[in-house]
Write a protein that binds this ligand. Structure first.
Ligand code: IMP
Ligand code: MG
Length: 181
């Protein structure tokens, strides 16, 4: 599995050091506020677990599950919510956690859905953001690392539901993505 990677971008100590910094900033920014973290499954699982253990605030946690990829390496642009009702975030300060900001379709759709529940504020925290022009105008308020426009896996990120359990983040070669389809 790890032999499939073209190269490693971020190893575990590098990821965790960056999470220390983001967690410290979030802890300062939300001190004394009613914070609700909404984690986007499955990609943010590792990120969520490691980040939240570094934030010593009395926060609430909820998860959302969406699909937009359907097992491919290109977004379909259509975001399907697996829950019918949005989480109850009325008057709460909401922090959305996701693994990666790519086209922006997913996070834009999630933000719109949560806005209907009338939260006090909404911010976005992503581990990775691809340097590219986005289809939807969405930016991260908290960002782990900016990366080139390449397909990456590991530390929660998948290709066709594989590689999520790799402890580091790496680039999957283009041949591997196309040849297995
Ligand atoms: P967007 O809607 O195009 O911004 O895509 C966001 C979602 O697509 C993320 O939550 C990931 O699940 C998935 N995704 C985008 N780029 C990658 C990647 O390079 N590797 C793995 N998953 C990705
Ligand atoms: Mg995914």
């Amino acid at each position: 599995m790890q032999g499939d990677l073209e190269r490693v971008l971020f190893d575990e100590p590098t990821i965790l050091r960056r999470l220390d910094e983001i967690a410290a900033q979030i802890s300062i920014d939300y001190r004394g506020r009613e914070l609700t973290v909404i984690a986007v499954l499955n990609g943010s699982l590792m990120f969520m677990a490691d980040l939240l253990r570094r934030i010593p605030l009395a926060l609430k946690l909820d998860c959302l599950s969406v699909a937009s990829y359907h097992g491919q390496a290109q977004t379909s642009g259509e975001v399907i919510f697996k829950q019918v009702a949005p989480p109850d975030v009325k008057d709460r300060h909401v922090l959305i956690l996701d693994d990666i900001l790519d086209s922006g379709h997913t996070l834009a759709a999630i933000r719109e859905k949560l806005e209907t529940a009338r939260p006090h504020s909404i911010r976005i925290c992503v581990l990775l953001s691809k340097k590219k022009r986005r289809a939807r105008g969405v930016d991260a308020d908290y960002l782990g690392f900016e990366i080139e426009d390449e397909f990456v896996v590991g530390y929660g990120l998948d290709y066709d539901e594989r590689y999520r359990n790799l402890p580091w983040i790496g680039v999957l070669p283009k041949e591997l993505i196309t040849s297995s389809k």
